[in-house]
Design a protein around this ligand. Structure first.
Ligand SMILES: CCCCCCCC(=O)SCCNC(=O)CCNC(=O)[C@H](O)C(C)(C)COP(=O)(O)OP(=O)(O)OC[C@H]1O[C@@H](n2cnc3c(N)ncnc32)[C@H](O)[C@@H]1OP(=O)(O)O
Length: 228
């Protein structure tokens, strides 16, 4: 599984302490995710809404007592993998992330997740930009899982039918690798198993990273599409 990390392992000085920190941060993110959902769904009257604001601000102030000045960037996790904990799709510390928990095997990646009111675009349905972000992330896990820090160069989407909010799945697979370029495909599926969005993406390892990685191994190859 991944939480937005790369497959390479780095040494971690005190993994137990780091794990405790990560678990506490993830629990806080879960609680704030509930707050986000409640904020969208509440029908309290104006006076009650105003009354809730000081308590929320008080918590915000307490968290800012010790906080990074800006984004957290890549950090080592307790399992030795580098992760972007603030990633809006998979970041364990980001309450906006569904969060996606992605399984992969280098050529294929898959996730099941649930989205609620905070992700609504058309009434009762997933916002198209969120669908794109989910697919971008799931496709993007494949290069990183084989040690290639590739970035999205193109992402073409076909929105086949509206995606209902609720339980969803996303799958991606490697179609072809050509040196530093990877062509990937993927799809978003609703709870009934209907494909709602399909995606084709070109992911490219940027020049600056290529200089550190040496000659790519594995020329262009053909990979099987997903079963079923
Ligand atoms: C666990 C982590 C999961 C992460 C999932 C999320 C992924 C993301 O969202 S990444 C963020 C969104 N993407 C970006 O911001 C990328 C911005 N663009 C860039 O940084 C660069 O333009 C990048 C990386 C696409 C290409 O890198 P660059 O060093 O410029 O490559 P360059 O040497 O010009 O091109 C390399 C090859 O790719 C091809 N190429 C580059 N861009 C494109 C493109 N947009 N379309 C088609 N081909 C392209 C070039 O033609 C070239 O092909 P060839 O080797 O056959 O001549």
């Amino acid at each position: 599984m991944t939480a937005g990390g790369f497959d390479a392992l780095v040494p971690v000085t005190d993994p137990d302490a780091l794990r405790e920190q990560e678990q506490a941060g993830a629990a806080l993110a879960d609680a704030v995710r509930e707050l986000l959902d409640a904020t969208v769904r509440t029908r309290l009257d104006p006076a009650q809404l105003h009354a809730a604001i000081p308590a929320v601000r008080e918590v915000t102030e307490s968290l800012l007592a010790d906080a990074a000045d800006g984004p957290r960037g890549l950090e080592p996790s307790s399992d030795g993998r580098m992760r972007v904990h603030g990633n809006p799709m998979v970041g364990a510390l980001n309450p906006f992330a569904p969060p996606l928990r992605i399984d992969w095997d280098g050529e294929r990646a898959a996730t099941r997740f649930t989205v609620g009111a905070a992700y609504e675009g058309p009434p009762g349905c997933l916002h198209g930009g969120i669908a794109a972000a989910v697919l971008d992330q799931v496709l993007g896990v494949i290069p990183s899982s084989i040690g290639l820090p590739a970035m999205t160069a193109t992402l073409d989407l076909r929105y086949r039918r509206p995606t209902p909010l609720g339980e969803l799945s996303a799958t991606a697979w490697l179609v072809e690798r050509d040196g530093w370029k990877l062509r990937l495909e993927g799809e978003l599926t609703d709870a009934e198993g209907e494909v709602t969005v399909s995606a084709t993406g070109l992911f490219v390892v940027p020049r600056v990273a290529r200089e550190h990685l040496g000659t790519p191994t594995g020329d262009a190859g053909e990979f099987a599409p997903p079963a079923g």
